[in-house]
Write a protein that binds this ligand. Structure first.
Ligand code: NDP
Length: 300
């Protein structure tokens, strides 16, 4: 006999489409290359755990096919989807609106169907913030942020809106760095400044939280190290890395050896997935199930 699926409400309190019989809720991801993206395993583990008749389809979508992919999702009634590289900015032209932080960040990684509209959200920074709050509240704190790309922009905007007092952006490319600093100074309450990263960086003693939002250390760059004066990593400093694969980067190992409180990139990955599932289905998925799935994949 067929089991009737869970009765699902969206986060806005509206009832999601009936999930009876053979009709699943459809979500997924559009990116290229898509083959190494573990999100499908993490999200489907949550769907299974919560007995949701829902699927997450990891789709390889070339830049020139993105418009057709979004039109296809609309035609098939997808309840939402993630966008990853290289579509986080280009997807905006195919959407009906943006959430407030996605609009500030200028990039979308999560599209949510609300009524008949597809609305772009950015859950990268929100996921990071949720993970960060398990070890430190950024309100009133000074941060150092390495990087000024998409992940750095999302993190910087969310920690600024969460009340960080100042953010020092340390980036190799000064143009990219100053664009992020200008965005923070003009559109958020945080004070921001730029340090051009052309020598080993020393963390000032007034700083409480350090974030690596560059791709240094991402597999296969396992020995990748930030150009950083390790002596300036002091006990009690919070050091967070966005790199999820591998979760234990050289930065986190160096920081742990010097008594810092460390936070790996799995927390951000899991929590952006949690927020996406909340947006799409209205359920509160269990982050532990999602993290355990990723740890199994990365053989931790
Ligand atoms: P981008 O390409 O937009 O930005 C990359 C950033 O890294 C730039 O600031 C770039 O500096 C800097 N960078 C790269 N290599 C070096 C180097 N050798 N030395 C100094 N700086 C360097 O990428 P994203 O921001 O989208 O992603 C960054 C990382 O974040 C990726 O590894 C991704 O896996 C991770 N990520 C993790 C997520 C999670 O959930 N855990 C979510 C999203 C991303 P410059 O401007 O000078 O070129």
């Amino acid at each position: 006999m067929l089991k009737k699926s869970a009765n699902v409400r969206t986060h806005q309190g509206r009832r999601a489409p009936d999930q009876q019989g053979f009709l699943s809720l459809i979500t997924g991801s559009f990116s290229t290359p898509a083959g190494d993206n573990p999100t499908v395993a993490m999200v489907e583990a949550a769907y299974k755990h919560h007995h949701l008749n829902a699927r997450y389809l990891n789709c390889e979508v070339a830049p020139q096919a993105l418009g057709d992919a979004v039109r296809g999702a609309r035609a098939m009634g997808w309840i939402g989807f993630n966008c990853s590289m290289p579509h986080k900015v280009s997807v905006i032209e195919y959407l009906d609106g943006l959430g407030s932080s996605a609009s500030l960040i200028g990039a979308v990684n999560c599209v949510v169907r609300r009524g008949t509209s597809y609305i772009g959200e950015n859950t990268d920074g929100k996921g990071f913030l949720t993970a960060l709050r398990t070890v430190a509240d950024p309100a009133g704190k000074e941060l150092v942020l390495f990087g000024a790309g998409g992940a750095a922009r999302a993190i910087a905007v969310e920690v600024a809106l969460a009340g960080a007092s100042s953010i020092t952006v340390v980036n190799r490319n000064p143009t990219r760095g100053s664009e992020l600093v200008a965005l923070l100074n003009e559109k958020t309450p945080a004070r921001a400044d730029l340090v051009r990263w052309d020598r080993p960086y020393r963390i000032p003693e007034t700083v409480s939280i350090v974030v690596n939002a560059t791709s240094i250390g991402l597999s296969p760059d396992l020995a990748g190290r930030l150009d950083l004066d390790l002596q300036s990593l002091r006990p009690g400093l919070v050091v967070a890395d966005v790199i999820a694969n591998p979760p234990r980067t050289c930065l986190l190992r160096d920081a742990e050896a010097r008594g810092c409180i460390v936070l790996d990139g799995l927390g951000m990955l899991v929590n952006q997935g949690v927020i996406g599932i909340q947006y799409w289905t209205g359920i509160e998925p269990d982050p532990a199930v999602m993290r355990a799935t990723l740890e199994g994949l990365f053989a931790l």
